[in-house]
Design a protein around this ligand. Sequence first.
Ligand SMILES: Nc1nc2c(ncn2[C@@H]2O[C@H](COP(=O)(O)OP(=O)(O)OP(=O)(O)O)[C@@H](O)[C@H]2O)c(=O)[nH]1
Ligand SMILES: Nc1ncnc2c1ncn2[C@@H]1O[C@H](COP(=O)(O)OP(=O)(O)O)[C@@H](O)[C@H]1O
Length: 226
Amino acid sequence: MSKLFRAVILGPPGSGKGTISERVASSFGLQHLSSGDFLRENIAAKTEAGVLAKAYIEKGALVPDDLMTRLIIPRLEQMTRHSWLLDGFPRTLAQAKALNSICELDMVISLNIPLETLKDRLRHRWIHPASGRVYNMRFNPPQVQGVDDISGEPLIQHEEDKPEALVARLRHYKDMAKPIIDLYRAKGILHMFSDTETDRIWPHISSLLSSKIPTDLTDAQRATNH
Ligand SMILES: Nc1nc2c(ncn2[C@@H]2O[C@H](COP(=O)(O)OP(=O)(O)OP(=O)(O)O)[C@@H](O)[C@H]2O)c(=O)[nH]1
Ligand SMILES: Nc1ncnc2c1ncn2[C@@H]1O[C@H](COP(=O)(O)OP(=O)(O)O)[C@@H](O)[C@H]1O
């Protein structure tokens, strides 16, 4: 069987991790694993870990490392036949070390987006709370201002995306991410992308992945995904 490809995407809130991960998944057949989606699935299914995690998320706190790794590591260990791109994990150095202990990453994509751009983007992010659909009043606005395209229900803005909460969140990310980025740089697998637009970053990520992922792998995965 072809060798699996395992990658992580790092970046501050609003840097475009979710947007780019979706493009990687559809162009290269990698499975997009989002820690936030995975937590929400566990919360919805009322698993023991999901119930514990919910209390932290509702307070706006990170899920503690031991609980988070207990949730995500077995999930990754099950992925013996699919290549993946992990988004939202690791978020701390302890999580990065836990990940290291179970697999050898092939690549780390780090998005380095100017602070002013992040503030500007998140200020314009609106969501439909029932479905989790995300809009950006400039980049991908809804068809009718303030209203979800599918349900017609009103959109809201996250407390944490309001300007007052933003600067603190972005500073916190920087402090947490630095040792993780240093670790991956030392391993020689870090690729940093700096720009203000996802559409300008994407061609670089796409050509990097094309050079690293054997085509027989992407073909094989597309076949299993269909
Ligand atoms: N203006 C602009 N907005 C963008 C661009 N790329 C993504 N966005 C928007 O910026 C917001 C954040 O993008 P996401 O892909 O959700 O970013 P993320 O890094 O996953 O964010 P978190 O979930 O907060 O960690 C969304 O509203 C996107 O639609 C871009 O190049 N320009
Ligand atoms: N790797 C992680 N470590 C700890 N907590 C996490 C992790 N990933 C996600 N979470 C928790 O789940 C919440 C939702 O995650 P996510 O969907 O990535 O959205 P956000 O952009 O709000 O951080 C986070 O706010 C955090 O409480």
